[in-house]
Design a protein around this ligand. Sequence first.
Ligand code: APR
Ligand code: ZN
Length: 358
Amino acid sequence: MKAAVLHAPKTPMKIEDVQLDKDLRPNEVLVRVTHAGVCHSDYHIMTGETPRPMPVVLGHEGAGIVEAVGDGVTRLHKGDHVALCFRPYCGWCRQCSTGHPNLCDNVELLRQSCRLNWNGETLHNFIGVSCFAEHTVVHESAAIKVPHDIPLDRVAMVSCGVMTGVGAVINTAKVQPGDHVAIIGCGGVGLNAIQGARLANASTIIAVDVLDNKLEMATMFGATHIINSRNEDPVKKVRELVKGGVDYAFEVIGLPQTMEQCYGMIRKGGTAIMVGMPPANSHVTFPAFSFFYEEKSIKGSMFGSARPSVDIPRILELYRNHQLRLDELITRHYPLEQVNEAYEAMVKGEVARSVIDI
Ligand code: APR
Ligand code: ZN
């Protein structure tokens, strides 16, 4: 089958003819991948900023159709449409049992190991999905059944970017009607945090980015105010717009500098939510006294604190009811052969999201 292989960091992915071991073990599912979203998290691997074993097949924001199921799989059948989740979960560990399957203690055991081969060489799997390929094998908990009437390119984006952005606001922060929020970074994930805030009836939604075209998109997705942080100090401006600071600020890039800005934007008792994926081993500093004196909080949000089997169908239902925008998120479609061009467009900030048609 065809797959995009990253042989080494800082080199383009190459389309190769690879072999997938399709002998399903218990609780595994074989999926024909139809679409894969172009998410920034893969890019951290391409640049080498986040080291991973190579060669690897990237892609983790996927959707497709079930082709076969292993022993013990009862919830899924051939022909089902599924969202591919990069956080499989066991269902019984402390995290799963307390409502946090996105933090499952056994996630690594459930992610498939290396079952891809190219010219006799083993290819590494990427976070249990590796969907820049025509087929993938995932743990059944990583294949979330979705309705047949929702286009699978939309489903693909929901499996990472939409879930992460909307979930950060709805699940992690639990923004309430009338709250004031700021969102730093208006990419594929940040735009979804913005529309999550609109869905939660936040009264002020301030979007911050360095690109005017992203800020235009932010307005379309529900931002009430926009700040280009190249032109003005975003912390000062946010504190002018909402006297005392916002209730929640979301960092959706993954940079120490913008994480500090995020913390600077919140009011006394407010919460800064860190959504972006920072470089491995990076550190960030916050003024210590304010934790005590102003009761400020910092909270991480990983995969939108998702409970995938509940939250993914919920988001798709909101889309069907026209309460969430997914169509407008897809700026471009690319064939797998142009996956490198798709990432170039993302880095240049040309797109909200692109989707690879596999
Ligand atoms: N200040 C403000 N905005 C910035 C800055 C900055 N210093 N640097 C980059 N941005 C903006 C970009 O202009 C872009 O609009 O951040 C946005 C990032 O968007 P994408 O590249 O589309 O990334 P996305 O897929 O949304 O992911 C964002 O979340 O899941 C993680 O790994 C992912 O760390 C990444 C983050
Ligand atoms: Zn992602």
